[in-house]
Design a binder for this molecule. Structure first.
Ligand SMILES: Cc1cc2nc3c(=O)[nH]c(=O)nc-3n(C[C@H](O)[C@H](O)[C@H](O)COP(=O)(O)OP(=O)(O)OC[C@H]3O[C@@H](n4cnc5c(N)ncnc54)[C@H](O)[C@@H]3O)c2cc1C
Length: 444
């Protein structure tokens, strides 16, 4: 009997994974079952066909799904659209066409004992079983399929409708999905768009497609800002020094530090940190290959992450993101260190980030099952200038700054619970409405 791999979700990740498995299958016969609840594969949330030609936010020359062939998408696009080059931002739907083509070509070239089975249905449950197939995927409309492995490529769940709009959820004019707009609107109508990000731009573009029927549009932004252009990435803006900085990143920790440093360098004096992200994203395949083999296997399992039911909170997003990244990278470090120290191959490093709704406050916990913190360090760890690292090392935020951001800037609290050799858990509690948030704060 062939092995069976079930991939749930045929958006970007599921489709590219299926294509790669078809191209480089395991040695034995295998059935790759690709399941999609939508009406087509290779599209997902981003690359669906719409009446309005939404554009990709990455230039064509940087969007190949095959790291061995970096211009693959560009060539595909040039075969369909005239006069385009690698710096062009092309329609998102074209990328969906490309992913479908990628899958079809991989299927056509696959070994005879490697089959792709496409299923259009929703996976509604997973079961553990005994015997050859340890799992079974359950479906909304068909019998369960036993599997050796199930890969979840589900994408990001849509955000829940905000609680403060509960009184209008069931009103015919309320739209949770801003792209699901009626085409019956005329200049007589008024449309209110809450939020002023890229989604607002999408909705405005859609509503303005017929110049004779543009409704009056109101948009509300708490900060009075328009989104910064996605297309501002300047190719080559940070070439030289960026590459030199990343060239020495031969471990995950060094890479993380180099990325932080690059983002800080780019941000000052008036740069945009997203240029650092675009730059790093471009080099991702070579950075990945340079990491030691031990760090390239999925070393840390992310156990869980944000719970949408925790709701929204007023905060300074950049500062709180830095605090969380700092705690996550410390947790990652501690968990991998414990694995290296124990030499215990059965030990599974786990990092769990959870959020909880506490009414007028929100709780965030970051927990790792790493080396833990000894009592003498725990006592002083929030003090300014305290560090366990040798002088000159440690480019992280420092726990005293994290403490100030949470306690002084947000009127919240941060405490740590730890057991040496067992675990460390940071618990942050933030008030939902922070009186101190001014013009640079946000909602997350
Ligand atoms: C509007 C929008 C525009 C974007 N534009 C860009 C862009 O220009 N460039 C870029 O790099 N990134 C863009 N992104 C980000 C993009 O979504 C990700 O880069 C990538 O496509 C995510 O891939 P994914 O496979 O994780 O999720 P998706 O591509 O969303 O795929 C998940 C799939 O899983 C299916 N699924 C979920 N649950 C089940 C289930 N239980 N059973 C069966 N099927 C299920 C869904 O129907 C979906 O097709 C955009 C995202 C959005 C929302």
């Amino acid at each position: 009997m062939p092995n069976t791999l079930v991939i749930v979700g045929a958006g970007f990740s599921g489709t590219v994974l299926a294509a790669n498995l078809l191209r480089r299958p395991p040695p034995k016969a295998v059935d790759i079952v690709l399941v999609e609840r939508g009406s087509s594969m290779g599209r997902g949330a981003a690359y669906a066909t719409h009446e309005f030609p939404y554009l990709l936010n990455v230039p064509a020359a940087r969007l190949s799904a095959d790291s061995g062939d970096p211009l693959q998408f560009l060539r595909f696009a040039q075969g369909r659209l005239a006069g385009i080059d690698g710096e062009d931002f092309l329609p998102r739907a074209l990328y969906g066409d490309y992913l479908q083509d990628l899958l079809q070509r991989a299927e056509g070239a696959a070994r005879d004992d490697v089959r792709l089975i496409r299923i259009f249905d929703e996976v509604t449950g997973l079961q553990r079983r005994d015997g050859q197939w340890p799992f079974a995927a359950q479906f909304a409309r068909r019998a369960a399929i036993p599997a050796n492995a199930v890969i979840l490529a589900l994408g990001a769940p849509p955000p829940p409708p905000p609680a403060w709009a509960a009184s209008v959820w069931d009103h015919g004019a309320f739209r949770q999905d801003p792209r699901d707009l009626p085409n019956t609107l005329t200049a007589e109508h008024k449309v209110l768009i809450v939020g002023n990000g890229l989604t607002m731009v999408d909705a405005v573009s859609l509503l303005s497609r017929d110049p004779k029927r543009v409704p009056t549009l109101y948009t509300i932004s708490r900060r009075g800002l328009l989104p910064r252009p996605q297309t501002a990435f300047r190719a080559g803006a940070i070439q030289g020094s960026g590459e030199a900085l990343l060239a020495h990143a031969h471990s995950l920790k060094a890479l993380l530090n180099a990325c932080r440093k690059l983002a800080r360098e780019v941000e000052t004096p008036q740069g945009d940190w997203r240029e650092a992200v675009s730059f790093i994203r471009n080099l991702a395949p070579s950075l990945w290959r340079r990491l030691p083999a031990a760090e390239r296997v999925g070393e840390v399992m992310i156990a869980s992450y944000g719970n949408p039911a925790a709701g929204e909170v007023d905060l300074y997003p950049q500062e709180v993101t830095r605090v969380l990244l700092n705690l996550i990278s410390n947790g990652f470090y501690a968990a991998t260190k414990r694995k290296a120290q124990d030499g215990n191959t059965n030990f599974e490093p786990i990092l769990a980030a959870t959020t909880k709704n506490l009414g007028d406050r929100v709780e965030i916990r970051i927990r790792d099952n790493g080396t833990g913190i000894p009592p003498e360090v725990k006592e002083k760890m929030f003090n300014p200038f305290f560090t366990t690292k040798p002088a000159g090392e440690g480019t992280g935020l420092g726990l005293s700054i994290s403490h100030d951001i949470i306690v002084k800037q947000h009127a919240g609290s941060i405490v740590v619970d730890t057991q040496p050799g067992e675990f460390t858990e940071f618990k942050i509690v933030l008030p939902r409405k922070a009186a101190a948030i001014g013009s640079t704060g946000g909602r997350a």
